[in-house]
Design a protein around this ligand. Sequence first.
Ligand code: TXA
Ligand code: MG
Length: 350
Amino acid sequence: ATTIRKVSPTRPEPEIISWAADILTKGGLVAFPTETVYGLGANGLDPNSVAGIYGAKGRPSDNPLILHVSHPDQVDKLSTLNKIAKQLMEKFWPGPLTLVLPKKPGIPAEVTGGLDTVAVRMPNHPVALALIGAAGVPVAAPSANRSGRPSPTTAEHVHTDLAGRIDAILDGGQAGMGVESTVLDLTSEIPIILRPGGVTFEQLQEFLDSVTIDPSVLGERLPENMAPRSPGMKYLHYAPSASLLLFEGKGEGKLRLITERAEKLMGQGLRVGILATEENAGRYPGEAIVLELGSSLSPEAAASVLFGRLRDFDRLKVDVILAEGLETRGMGLAVMNRLRRAAREVIGCS
Ligand code: TXA
Ligand code: MG
């Protein structure tokens, strides 16, 4: 059975933290809040514990995990750091930036998916930091969802997906940002964003001499037989049970095309959900189930509710979700990356 315990998100109770850390050191699995989404933690240096994560999530074993640390010095045992890595850690840690670095020996292959690199991050959340500190080891932690499902932003989401499959859930309330960390690969000449997230492309551009975005981030197809740099990118992900159709582009075209499609699908007897910007939410047919993503001018707000809305549509048992796309500026890039990866079809509108 899975034990859920409430924990203060600002001043985590030491007794609860040591109870959870004990589970980790004994090889168990504990879900915990971070500033991005909930993570599913295991002792990152123990192959058997890490294998448990893959089992609980149903995650393909070639998709590597992030090692979470509670202090930058912990990375010295995991990787050799160049100047850029040190500067990025200084500037953005603790925070939603994951660095992909050359790995040192001693890290289980289960963590790295057999790659010669390792992903590390120091989360900016009192519960996460206290737990990792008390466990005394780097904590391997993917998002605490069943593989392929939207990432969890509440303890309840974790419970829905993983009850009975993990030992414990620390309930520290809503995870803040709502989308995962930015994954930045520092092992090539120019740093590459493999997954956009809580630290934006613009923030990295301002700080680094050069930085690029992997073409797969916005769903461009890789040439046949080319392996993706980040194994996680090849899977349909973040997907609710309903089919999601994503409508992109500015202006009235989007509103019109979504309305037409909604009417057609409802005419076929299907339950239709619409994920709408605040500006347009009141303008869709009344029979559709409309949930708001917030203002098109505030991608941060959209990020914080996105995964919860996708799960809400599942609870409401819609057959199809028609989603309005946002612009890809700032946090909009992370939101659009998640929506594109969840989408069965992307429709351009003018
Ligand atoms: O915000 C986050 O990063 C959350 C919280 C819990 O920290 N964690 C998270 O983990 O999102 P996960 O496993 O759901 O996503 C990790 C991503 C995957 O896309 C994976 O393929 C990639 O990071 N990754 C991990 N190690 C890698 C490596 N060595 N090289 C390239 N990509 C890697
Ligand atoms: Mg994930």
